[in-house]
Design a protein around this ligand. Structure first.
Ligand code: NAP
Length: 532
């Protein structure tokens, strides 16, 4: 039987939960369909050992309820996945959200009925529902990907993807473990499990510039102070280009005397988190000279910390500092000093195939009991394209994006009225602390639905012209940034299908500008959107 609602939300992660909360406040009937066995999204699926925030816990939490801020105590400056998951459960229970959430319900199809001006969704487990509004809160890094090596399915041991980690603990003791990938996820898991493994072999294709996380418990005094200044912290995130608490020095790096620059790098290195990445000088993302100096600073640290000089050189990245998200590490480099840990450089000896017994590179068969894939996601477009979304005239999102994703403000696609995406392509995403931008998106969409209902509009759809303009603006936004030369990152969909790959999938104009654009569009009667 098909159930009818005012709104359907796809996904019960950080964005989906908040969307449900806000839409309910508007008096709408809402149903959330969630693929996972429980709520939490990213923090449900990515339960691998060592998974934790790379943003300060208090900058990541929801900002909408002071009561919630007062009631919840984060135990660490960068809390770990179990605590984050508990927080999201606490939120769901506190606001009685669960009664409108259907778990184990992966959405397969989202189809627009033009006559009725209603969307109908169908889940893989046979549920059907209709609604006037659909909000895709499916996350930007949800569609995990395995590498396309021959034999991935043939391995006789245990294969694990970090984004599908089992709930029961995995025992690595005495096991020969191999991990493919050295991105932020891999760094977290490698440094956590290495001491437990019989042997750990790290298969690295590209080294990353890691910076120390400097996690520590939040003391009782800090706890109180953080609650009192919570809104100051949120305001700080909103003013900064990248949406985090780290405020860059407004000067250009090379305008500052060298001794002062070096002291700043050290101070930021000691501060931890994304401080060195996002809190550096104002031209950090533009000046190769400035980026190279930070790279030199970090390379010296790696050489100091890694005992074997050959391994140290392999761990020093070749790309400019700051052009990929910096993994936050604790003893990551020292991990390679452990006698049971080995680094395999896939640039020297690429993987030929996965065999029944392990990973075969061009010069060796690495026999393994466990293979961990920390190989990332089909970023931003992944989960949206895995659903069969069909808008006006039965046209699918796959067809609409045949030449790469096109969006207006990252939230709507032309020909798909009353369907919105949160943190889809062309959002600031990686240059934004996720909940800060998710809240911006959710609040704007919900305000827009309120406006439509007050004014008697049935549908809202971006015009193709506004969509083209925003898509072009996103491509323009990366020009002049060092990131523009880094086509092999998920910012450019490096592991996505070919029609997505190579196009900039984000908006790099900064969080303050993004928020300003949103506010202006609404103030101008939703300019660029057609209301009918
Ligand atoms: P990722 O950054 O895309 O890294 C994937 C890793 O797998 C890279 O090292 C990549 O190497 C490697 N890889 C992919 N395909 C491969 C292949 N065929 N052969 C060998 N290696 C292969 O993914 P991620 O580490 O999961 O992180 C994704 C994003 O999630 C991060 O940027 C971050 O924003 C977020 N994250 C956040 C946290 C947190 O604390 N909040 C934690 C983890 C992740 P190449 O670089 O050579 O492609």
């Amino acid at each position: 039987m098909t159930q009818n609602y005012d709104a359907i939300v796809i996904g019960a992660g950080v964005s989906g939960l908040y969307t449900l909360y806000k839409l309910r406040k508007l008096g709408l009937t809402v149903r959330v369909f969630e693929a996972g066995g429980d709520i939490g999204g990213t923090w449900y699926w990515n339960r691998y050992p060592g998974a934790r925030f790379d943003s300060e816990s208090y900058s990541y939490q929801y900002s909408f309820s002071q009561e919630l801020i007062d009631e919840w105590n984060w135990s660490e400056h960068f809390s770990a996945q179990p605590e984050i998951e508990r927080y999201l459960h606490f939120v769901a229970d506190k606001f009685d959200l669960r009664r409108d959430i259907e778990c184990n319900a992966r959405v397969a199809a989202v189809t627009y009925d033009e006559n009725e001006k209603r969307w109908e969704i169908a889940t893989h487990n046979g549920l059907r529902a209709r609604a006037r509004y659909v909000i895709c809160a499916t996350g930007l890094l949800s569609a995990h990907q395995y590498p396309d090596y021959e034999g991935v399915a043939d391995f006789a041991g245990l294969s694990l993807h970090t984004a599908r980690w089992p709930k029961d603990p995995v025992d690595f003791r005495g096991k020969r473990v191999g991990i493919i990938g050295t991105g932020p996820t891999a760094v977290q898991i490698i440094q956590t499990i290495a001491p437990d493994c019989g042997r750990l072999t790290v298969f690295q294709r590209t080294a990353n510039w890691c910076t120390p996380l400097r996690n520590r418990p939040i003391t009782a005094e800090e706890q109180q102070a953080l609650k009192e200044k919570a809104h100051e912290i949120f305001a700080q995130c909103k003013r900064n280009w990248a949406g985090f608490i780290h405020e860059p020095d407004p000067r250009r790096a090379m305008d500052v005397p060298k001794a002062e620059r070096m002291a700043r790098y050290q101070m930021l290195y000691d501060r931890g988190g994304f401080a060195l990445w996002l809190g550096n000088f104002s031209d950090s993302f533009m000046s190769r000279e400035a980026a190279d100096e930070v790279a030199e600073f970090l390379a010296a640290k790696i050489r100091e910390r890694v005992a074997d000089p050959e391994t140290a050189e392999k761990l020093i990245p070749k790309h400019p500092f700051g052009t990929k998200r910096c993994p936050g590490e604790k003893n990551y480099y020292e991990t390679f000093n452990l006698p049971n840990v080995r680094l395999v450089d896939l640039r020297e000896t690429p993987i030929k195939k996965i065999s029944r017994t392990g990973i075969e590179t061009t010069n060796e068969l690495h026999e393994l009991d466990v293979i961990i894939y920390a190989t990332g996601f089909h970023s931003l477009t992944g989960e949206l394209l895995r659903m069969d979304i069909r808008g006006e005239h039965g046209r699918s999102l796959q067809e609409h994006w045949a030449d790469g994703p096109r969006t207006n403000l990252g939230i709507q696609f032309s020909g798909f009225p009353n369907l919105w995406a949160i943190m889809g392509p062309h959002n600031p995403a990686v240059f934004c602390n996720i909940p800060r931008c998710a809240e911006t998106n959710v609040e704007w969409i919900v305000d827009c639905i309120r406006y439509m209902r007050e004014k008697g509009f049935e549908t809202m759809a971006t015009t193709p012209e506004a969509e083209d303009a925003w898509t072009r603006r996103c491509y323009e936004s990366v020009k002049g940034l060092l990131i523009d030369d880094m086509r092999d990152s998920w910012f450019f969909g490096s592991t996505n299908p070919e029609n997505v790959r190579g196009r900039f999938l984000l908006f790099a104009g900064g969080v303050p500008l993004y928020r300003e654009i949103f506010a202006n569009v609404a103030a101008n009667g939703y300019e660029g959107f057609e209301l009918r």
